[in-house]
Design a protein around this ligand. Structure first.
Ligand code: FAD
Length: 307
């Protein structure tokens, strides 16, 4: 039985595993794909103290750091269930069951995609999902934000400070963002908002994004905009489908509810990173929350464990 079993091998999980192992706890980490979203990231310029790096390079360093410690790393394994049986049991897709006194759930999240031609081809070459991460790459250029909810309008306001012009494309005939954000966006001269717009394709020159096409849902007309970048802001989906039948409390968006110590609704079960209710989804934040969750687990174990 593990003292701490970490589910998820992104920055949150890696950090949680290191913090747990450094407390002398018997630690395991089970991950569908070690590295998580970082493995899909080209350039990273906001991981403080490292001016610039690349996703795969950071993943290799994370792995190297975890392996410095006595951590049982089980990669390419997907958790499919969580149950209680004199400790917590994590069932894997291959049928194996791992047992632990405490858990850190760090299964991350994934961006909802538009699923239009060109999107995956130009991902990282103009198609972006994170304005905090990639906004500065488009300094002085024109970009689009897809989605007129809170994250879309926030992204547009954020980007308007950096880029030349932002076009927001919203599928519906109204924006779903808070009124105060809509007012702010409307007050900025370099933001144009287009409603009733269904994005139909990402256009490019083979190397980078050059624009997008959309259908005006009112007139049925097909239109084109020239752009250097497209920020897709139509939702971030937490990877919690596997927890739906467990007793871990999730919000209506599927995020794991945690408190300041990373505790979930189940004693001894902690959450960290993008999968939780933490409001901002970034590598440095995920790592911090992984540390918090493991220190929370340590705190729990010294109070509840006999050996
Ligand atoms: P994730 O990185 O999502 O890791 C989740 C882990 O859980 C993975 O190992 C996954 O395989 C595993 N997992 C999921 N489900 C299961 C399961 N059922 N069983 C077992 N394992 C499971 N942030 C920045 O700070 N700077 C950037 O420049 C930046 N750029 C980005 C660019 C892109 C393209 C993307 C997608 C994200 C970017 N981010 C960036 C965001 C950052 O990557 C995330 O905030 C961060 O990776 C979250 O870490 P996490 O550990 O919580 O989750």
């Amino acid at each position: 039985q593990f003292d701490v079993l970490v589910v998820g091998g992104g920055p949150a999980g890696a950090s949680a595993a290191i913090y747990a192992a450094r407390k002398g706890l018997n630690t395991g980490i089970v991950a569908e794909r070690f590295g998580g979203q970082v493995a899909d990231t080209l350039s990273i310029e906001n991981f403080i103290s490292i001016k610039a790096t690349e996703g795969p390079k950071l993943v290799a360093q994370l792995e190297e750091h975890v392996k410095e410690y006595n951590v049982d790393v089980m990669n390419n394994q997907r958790a499919v269930g969580l149950s209680y049986n004199n400790g917590y049991d994590i069932t894997l897709a291959n049928g194996a069951v791992l047992s632990a006194k405490s858990l850190v759930l760090a299964t991350g999240a994934r961006w909802r995609e538009m699923n239009v031609p060109g999107e995956s081809q130009y991902r990282g070459h103009g198609v972006a999902y994170c304005p905090h991460c990639d906004g500065p790459l488009f300094k002085g250029k024109s970009v689009a934000v897809i989605g007129g909810g809170n994250s879309g309008i926030e992204a547009a306001i954020d980007l308007a400070n950096i880029v030349e012009h932002v076009t927001v494309l919203e599928f519906a005939n109204t924006l779903r963002a808070d009124e105060v954000l809509i007012r702010k966006a409307n007050s900025l001269k370099n933001i144009t908002i287009i409603k009733n717009a269904q994005t139909t394709a990402v256009l490019g020159d083979g190397k980078r994004v050059t624009g997008l096409s959309y259908t005006d849902r009112e007139s049925g007309e097909s239109k084109m905009i020239s752009l250097a970048g497209i920020f897709v802001q139509i939702g971030l989906i937490p990877n919690t489908e596997w927890l739906k039948n467990s007793d871990v409390s999730l919000t209506r968006f599927g995020e794991i509810e945690i408190d300041a110590k990373g505790s979930t609704s189940l004693p001894g079960v902690f959450g960290a990173g993008d999968v939780t209710t933490t409001p901002f989804k970034q590598i440095i934040i995920a790592m911090g929350s992984g540390a918090t969750a493991s220190l929370g687990a340590f705190d729990y174990l010294i109070r509840h464990s006999d050996n």
